[in-house]
Design a binder for this molecule. Sequence first.
Ligand code: MOS
Length: 722
Amino acid sequence: MNKHLKMDRPATERFLDETAQNVLGTPMDRPDGPAKAAGQATYAHEWQIEGLCHGVLVRATIPAGRVARIDADAVTGRDGVLRVISDPRMLRVPAQGGANEAPDQGPDEVAYLGQPIALVVAETFEAARDGALALPVEYDPADFTVDPDAVEPEVPKKKQASQGDLEAAMREAAHSVDVTYTTPGHNSAAMEPHAAIAVWNGDDLLLRGSYQMLKYNRNELADAVGIDPAHVRILSPYVGGGFGSKLGITHEAVAAALASKELGRPVSVTLSRQQVFETTMRRSETRQRFRLACDAEGRMTAVGHEVLVSQLPGQQFSEPVTQATPFAYAGPNRVIGHRIARVNRTCAGSVRAPGEAVGITAMENAMDELAEAAGIDPVQFRILNIPEKDPTSGKPFSSHTLERALREGAERFGWSERRAPGQRREGDWLIGMGMASAIRVNILAEAKARVTLEPDGRVLVETDMTDIGTGTYSILTQVASETLGVSTDRVRVRLGDTDLPPGPGSGGSWGAASSGSAVYLAARAVRDRIAEAMGADEVTLKDGHAIAGNRRVDLAGLFDGPVTAEGHVEPGKTMKETRQSSFGAYFCEVAVNAVTGETRVRRMHGTFAAGRILNAKTASSQCLGGMTFGIGMALTEELLHDPRDGHIVNRDLAEYHLPVNADVPQIDVVLLEERDDYASPIQAKGIGELGICGAAGAVTNAIYNACGVRVRDYPATLDKVL
Ligand code: MOS
């Protein structure tokens, strides 16, 4: 009695609104919280395993070329160094396909400085690190280039688009802007460094690691090592943040697997913080030219967004900067351009809302500039230009909450207090307000989950879905509790094991709505079994009891054995036939020091809508986190590459400046009530990354309002503001 649902029709059933358990959507505490806070949740690196040895990666000291010779004998045997693994398969990862069934592999030669080329394995971590530092390596260097502006970029045909006549619209416009913004590279910078422990049992590989999308990670690891995925099991029950850097497997997984096979012992490989910066994927820096135009009334007539990003030679991914540009604002004349500079910097990949995080941010700055040129309030200007349907494809929106978010957010924030640029001063501080829209495309991903009603009335939820700190344990507990009328303390959720039904993984903001839908369908199937056992068409499930007609029975003892069902959701026509996006609005107040150029964010507000909210606390925490990253993106965060060889010079948390508590004021998050019937069976949309998609733009627009300086080159450091 499994339940499969392909989203070919809108999900108009209001089942979850009518069960009335009042569990789903509430700000329930994380069930995994106490174990995490008490240090009892075991993360990948922490497993104590009999016979464990330690590997440390050796990384290329040239930006391009071939490894000619590795003198393993020079270090083997010294102080407990067991082996030097220099298998070429180690070089080829990662090529983060994200959701690719057949993963592409990365370069098989050195393509950037810091690329892992070997692993030194020893009895202790210290001996392995010493051996890795001492290992003699000779190279055949090759030509390289590390400056995206110094190469002729690739122009992939599929990524260019145009309609109408942008040039003519720009010429004839009452108001227009032609401005270029740049954003620097970013690192995901998850708190937990990448770690893997590999153990073989015959031909079977067991890997404890820290990854976001296990069903793909299993294929990637199998492919990298050269074995059948059926022989690979990955465990990732706890993940200390991913932000894209753990979407695909990374070098430590392949290195640990190969070394463990060769040595016949469990091998642990954990990246140092510097290695995280140097070997995991970066968000590409971007250059974005906007040509925007409107008529005398402020109605937009042109949207041009042309971008330059960079990537290693041969890699497929490129930062999808213009992902939301086709539908963000109205206007009949449109151009999208996408160019890729091939450079020998670390591999570019998905980092914290790939695309909109930087694309909407810069677009919201350009919109601010156009609103000013047109003499219209920035909030009004956006409302005026919300399209009725997707202006590029003509598809209807599944739901559209931008206007509501803008109006309600403006009201709560006190936007009407805003003055013209440079008009508010408190001593040395210039005070300004800025705003931006939040826009992030919505995706439903295929997901499976299993729900079991135990004979004692408890419920078990199982899927290989991950919880990367986002709250998966919470929301899946709530979905099962709401659907089955069993209190949340009697629901147990097992995640992060490839032996469990394959979920969608945590990525692209699709995790909660997709895996939540699979659990919902499985629980509905269990419900059907309960009704059947009661001899009724439908039952009311409440407080661990089933009620049908005048009968009320305890779920404990209703069945002799466990009752299990699988839920399976797949995207279908509703995703193809409607344009789906989550929306929101940011409002920010900054103080800019007239003497030093320092910016302090004083207040920040976000109003968001993403369909049904599954847990008010975890959902608003995601938005808080996104806005915090937005403050970092606006003011401090920036990967710096050595112009000589591309080496990332600020490769730790002391030099790569993420916002700390002192940089972040009280952030206020409001979630709007919404149901999106086209998005998922549970009417939920993606919210994970929504809070970063434009947030930095609200900060820099506020800087402009404070002091009249338009910083078009992120981050807005003191030197650029003065
Ligand atoms: Mo996200 S950057 O798709 O983990």
